[in-house]
Ligand binder design. Structure first.
Ligand code: 3UK
Length: 512
């Protein structure tokens, strides 16, 4: 489906082509600091590429760690790294010293570009990593770092003629099971994700202005808020901070047309959003976690927009199953997107027929390449990428998410998918968020336990517990109801927005 020449630099394709085609004056990036056109973006990217190669002495293949909230300088640095044939190692802003040390050692990082506001943890990590020789800072005032070095470079930078399968990115998984894993992606992978989902499903165009919450260090955000809009000649809005209220305001202020976020954020925005308040908004994409039907409904009722749910993975680089518009079936993630294939497998690797529940396998132009060999064989079997998700494919080829394999609860001889219980709980108006796990129980072995955050104004007492338990029993098979309920003020979440159910499980295991 997607074919690229053997020699390919993704930054040439995403950025330079627009300038050479005379579209240099079109807006590329909006931020609180103003707007950058494609031409202005290219000028800055070329300056940073000069600094990286001429000043810092980096050569193609060297890895460059990036640490910053979403802002134009981070985007510029990411593009400059690629243009110079270097390999970007973006890191989540929330990472602490210990995790940064792991990233530096695993990805063999010698150089870092870092937002000054996020310097502290990286500086302490550097003390433990002699391998990390140089850190250059940006967004400092007065600028003594990267911007000062950039300013002496005036001439264009010739993109390094990388091979299509030269690495462009080392992406770390969010570690929904604890230890992050590093995945490698090529220049052609960046092109492939930018040519598949955003074109065929979202139908992104040059008129679109993307906005949203995922960090650029999360590949969901990298595509959504950088490579996808650039690929079509559109624009992106990069925000360092946001709340549900401020993102709604920003959609309005920047005339954004497409939002990209996670289910919880749509749920929170739905409570305060209105159609009139969002005159330019046309499409909304959700990924990272299963989209509960109730959240889809809340957002549709508030804005008139049918969310495009999509499942992606760091290993696959981006989204591979999704549907939009009239094709949407609430509750299903969607159909496999053009360019990709998906199947359901049993535990022995045999393909299951429609209607059966099993392990999801996908293949397409992108796929998993771990830096770590051992787990490679677990993820990729017979050419199929096994994402660790349990799914059902129906006779119309829609894929219905059941749970991550780790989140299937075996209780009293039954298999209960945690997310199904969560869906049921979320239908109750008092429930703001929830997570369901299997908790050890002296009498029953394992029981279904729900951690619940209530909306403001509701009280988490025994009466509420009984109400919620009865509510679940009425909407799904009674044996699935949560025997234990714990109310809490927030759920543990990773920087990607994902609930860290493994933390809740560890907490429960520690109790027995
Ligand atoms: C889960 C979903 C149900 C699923 C990601 C879009 O989430 C991304 O990557 P990660 O490596 O996690 C992958 C896992 O997350 N998941 C993601 N989306 C959905 N489950 N419905 C969904 N819509 O378990 C998957 O295996 O952090 C998402 C684009 C790029 C990404 N990296």
């Amino acid at each position: 489906e997607v074919q690229y020449p053997d020699q390919l630099n993704c930054v040439t394709e995403l950025l330079d082509t627009w300038v050479s085609q005379g579209r240099g004056d079109a807006p590329a990036i909006f931020s609180t600091g103003g707007m950058l056109t494609y031409k202005q973006l290219q000028e800055r990217v070329d300056q940073v590429a000069h600094v990286l190669t001429a000043d810092l002495g980096l050569v193609p293949g060297n890895r460059v760690l990036l640490r910053s909230p979403n802002n134009p300088m981070l985007a510029i640095c990411w593009l400059a790294v690629g243009k110079a044939g270097l390999i970007a190692v973006p890191t989540m802003p929330l990472l602490r010293e210990k995790e940064l040390v792991e990233v530096i050692e695993k990805a063999q990082v010698g150089t870092a570009l870092c937002d000054k506001a996020f310097a502290a943890e990286l500086q302490s990590a550097q003390k433990r990593c002699p391998m990390l020789k140089q850190i250059m800072y940006f967004n400092d005032t007065p600028s003594t770092g990267l911007e000062e070095r950039m300013s002496i470079w005036r001439e264009p930078y010739d993109a390094v003629a990388t091979a299509a399968d030269d690495p462009a990115l080392v992406a770390f998984t969010s570690g929904s099971t604890g230890k992050p894993k590093a995945t490698i992606h090529f220049h052609r992978d960046i092109m492939a994700i930018s040519d598949c989902f955003p074109r065929s499903i979202v139908q992104l165009s040059a008129n679109d202005i993307c906005i949203g919450t995922p960090p650029l260090a999360f590949t969901f955000g990298l595509g959504a808020l950088l490579t996808f809009p650039l690929r079509v000649g559109g624009a992106t809005v990069l925000l360092e901070k946001f709340t549900p209220e401020s993102l709604l305001q920003a959609i309005k202020d920047y005339h954004a047309t497409v939002t990209w976020s996670t289910p919880l954020f749509y749920r929170q925005m739905a409570g305060i959003a209105s159609k009139q308040g969002l005159p330019t908004l046309q499409k909304s994409v959700s990924a990272g976690e299963a989209l509960p039907v109730s959240t889809r409904t809340l957002w549709r009722d508030a804005t008139g927009i049918e969310i495009i749910d999509g499942i992606g993975a760091t290993e696959m680089l981006h989204i591979f199953i999704a549907s939009a518009g009239a094709e949407v079936r609430p509750g299903a993630t969607g159909k496999v997107i053009p360019g990709y294939e998906a199947c359901i497998f049993d535990a022995n690797g045999h393909v299951l027929p429609a209607g059966a529940i099993g392990r999801l396998g996908v293949k397409g132009p992108t796929g998993c390449r771990y830096l770590d060999d051992e787990r490679q064989h677990a993820y990729v079997q017979n050419g199929w990428n096994l994402t660790g998700d349990v799914y059902l494919m129906d006779t119309d080829s829609y894929f219905w998410f059941q749970a991550r394999a780790d989140d299937i609860i075996l209780t009293a001889g039954y298999n209960v998918a945690g997310p199904e219980v969560e869906e049921a709980l979320l239908m109750y108006p008092a429930v703001a968020e929830c997570a369901v796990i299997g908790a050890p129980d002296e009498v029953r072995g394992t029981i279904v336990k729900a951690f619940i955050v209530l909306r403001d104004g509701y009280v988490g007492d025994d009466a509420m517990k009984r109400t919620l338990q009865d509510f679940v029993k009425q909407s799904i098979a009674p044996y699935k109801y949560p025997r234990a309920i714990e109310f809490c003020s927030a759920l543990p979440r990773a920087g990607t927005g994902k609930v860290q159910r493994y933390k809740l499980r560890q907490q429960e295991q520690g109790k027995v």
